[in-house]
Structures are given as structure tokens and as C-alpha cells.
Design a protein around this ligand. Structure first.
Ligand SMILES: NC(=O)c1ccc[n+]([C@@H]2O[C@H](COP(=O)([O-])OP(=O)(O)OC[C@H]3O[C@@H](n4cnc5c(N)ncnc54)[C@H](O)[C@@H]3O)[C@@H](O)[C@H]2O)c1
Length: 251
């Protein structure tokens, strides 16, 4: 007998899923039976992932959207709903870093990171909630970071955005519970993706050394946590932050 995730033919939208963690989430949800909207600011990357998903069997469609733009987000949801009729699962994954120490950080780097990482989550949740509230069901999963819990020198903009995501998650869990919409976050530690590939080797060594399991996580490690929260196995969990970090946040 196999485990039923309760996800067959569910309609999922994953932002920033043209590569890295978002791509792994989109593929994992598809493997569990979801039809998946692959959204990214990089349309060619999104199309390539959508093609990978269609090769697995489920329906998939690529959408180009900058999550920090209200008009882009509205257009993305409109196209998504025309294609898939409803939305059961929203994964807010799109995110960027612009790291530097406080005194060197430009206001534009603060604004850009907060706009994409935090306002983007607000805009996408607002659009998804309109449909989910009518349907009286839905799952929203926001990709935060352990940095939003513990802080990290050189990431004042990023850590504020990720702490903000945790605040959004807990608030919406309360606000939307009466409509059976469950809102949770996943907080990854140090995961091997193009985002972390660009870090200096000394920083990578420091982070691995600070991780009790002594190695980086994979995008699949994060995708499995998202799969769990999206599945019927997590139907009594809302407002939680599931940490996937090899113990990093314990320090
Ligand atoms: N890699 C890690 O160690 C790590 C740790 C904690 C949290 N996270 C979070 O996980 C998420 C994914 O990270 P990743 O490592 O896969 O990053 P990545 O840079 O490899 O991928 C991010 C994706 O988001 C897309 N994107 C960027 N700006 C966008 C925008 N304005 N609108 C729509 N899409 C946009 C990019 O084109 C890219 O495809 C991010 O929210 C990140 O903050 C990553």
C-alpha cells in the first residue's frame, strides 16, 4: 500500500520556480499529483521547468511575473485561474539577497529585497486568498529562512524580509483559519542553489562548520518539507515555521 498525499489534481502555484529550491518544490508537488504553475521573472527558466513537469504527466504552465509588482501578480493569477480554474496551494518561494554590512548598505538594496521577498508574499497571498476564501480551503506555504529567526551579519535587509514573512505567516494563519486556509512557513538553513553558489568559499566553510550536520542541505530537503505541509498529512498544522537547516538555528 502506498501513502496518499491527498494532492492528486490539486492546483499549485510556485513563485520563483525557474531554478533552485522553487524548481525542486514544483517538481515534488507534481510527483505527488499536483498540476503546477511555474512562475518566475525568468520566463525561459520557468518554461523549461514546466516542460519537465509535463514530461512527468501532470499539467503545467509557465508564467512570467515579478512578484514585487502588483500588476504582474494580478495578471499572473488571472492567467493561472484561466488555465487551472482554481488555486489549492500557493508556495511563495521567490527571493533574492543583496548582502553587505549595515553602514555600506544602499537604500535601494534595502527596498529591493523587502519589495521582492516581503511585499511579494503579501501581494501573492492577497490574490490567492480571494479564490481560496470562496472555495473555503487552501494551503499557503511561505519560504522564510533561519536568518529571519536568528539574524545574520551582513544581511539586515534579507533577515528583516524573512522575519517579515514569518509575521505574515502567523497573522494570515489566524486571519484565514475560519475559511480552512492553512498558512505555514518553511525556514531553510544553508541550501546548495545558485543563490548560495555565489558566496565566497570562506563564508561557505563557516556556514558548513556552524551546521551541526556538517553539510549543506539540498533543494529536495526543502521541497520535502513543503510537500508535507501541502499534503493532507499536515491538515492540523497552521501558523508554524518548519525549520530545515541541519541544526544551524540551534547555535
Ligand atoms: N539557498 C539557501 O540557502 C536558502 C536559505 C534560506 C532561504 N532561502 C530562500 O529560498 C528561496 C529560493 O532560494 P534559492 O536558493 O532557490 O534562490 P535562487 O536565486 O537559486 O532562485 C530564486 C528564483 O527566484 C526568481 N526570482 C528572483 N526575483 C524574482 C522576482 N522579483 N519575481 C519572481 N521571481 C523572482 C529567480 O529568477 C530564481 O529563479 C528564496 O526565498 C530564498 O530566500 C534560500
Amino acid at each position: 500500500m502506498t501513502i496518499d498525499f491527498g494532492l492528486l489534481n490539486r492546483k499549485a502555484l510556485v513563485t520563483g520556480s525557474g531554478r533552485g529550491i522553487g524548481r525542486a518544490i514544483a517538481l515534488r508537488l507534481a510527483q505527488a499529483g499536483c498540476d503546477v504553475g511555474v512562475s518566475d521573472i525568468d520566463f525561459a527558466a520557468a518554461e523549461a521547468v514546466a516542460a519537465e513537469i509535463r514530461a512527468l504527466g501532470p499539467s503545467s504552465c509557465a508564467f512570467k511575473a515579478d512578484v514585487s509588482s502588483a500588476s504582474d501578480v494580478e495578471a499572473m493569477f488571472s492567467s493561472f485561474l484561466s488555465t487551472f480554474q482554481t488555486i489549492d496551494i500557493l508556495v511563495n518561494n521567490a527571493g533574492i539577497t543583496r548582502d553587505t554590512l549595515l553602514v555600506r548598505m544602499k537604500e535601494t538594496d534595502w527596498d529591493l529585497v523587502l519589495d521582492i521577498n516581503c511585499k511579494g508574499v503579501f501581494l501573492c497571498c492577497r490574490e490567492a486568498a480571494r479564490t481560496m476564501m470562496r472555495a473555503r480551503r487552501g494551503k499557503i506555504i511561505n519560504i522564510a529562512s533561519v536568518v529571519g529567526i536568528n539574524g545574520n551579519a551582513g544581511q539586515v535587509n534579507y533577515s528583516a524580509s524573512k522575519a517579515g514573512i514569518i509575521g505574515i505567516t502567523r497573522t494570515l494563519a489566524k486571519e484565514l483559519a475560519s475559511r480552512s486556509i492553512l498558512v505555514n512557513a518553511v525556514a531553510p538553513g544553508f541550501i546548495k542553489t545558485p543563490m548560495t553558489d555565489k558566496l565566497p568559499d570562506t563564508e561557505k566553510e563557516r556556514l558548513i562548520n556552524d551546521t551541526p550536520l556538517k553539510h549543506m542541505g539540498t533543494p529536495l530537503d526543502v521541497a520535502n518539507a513543503v510537500l508535507f505541509l501541502a499534503s493532507s498529512m499536515a491538515d492540523y498544522i497552521t501558523g508554524d515555521v518548519l525549520v530545515v537547516d541541519g541544526g544551524l538555528v540551534l547555535r
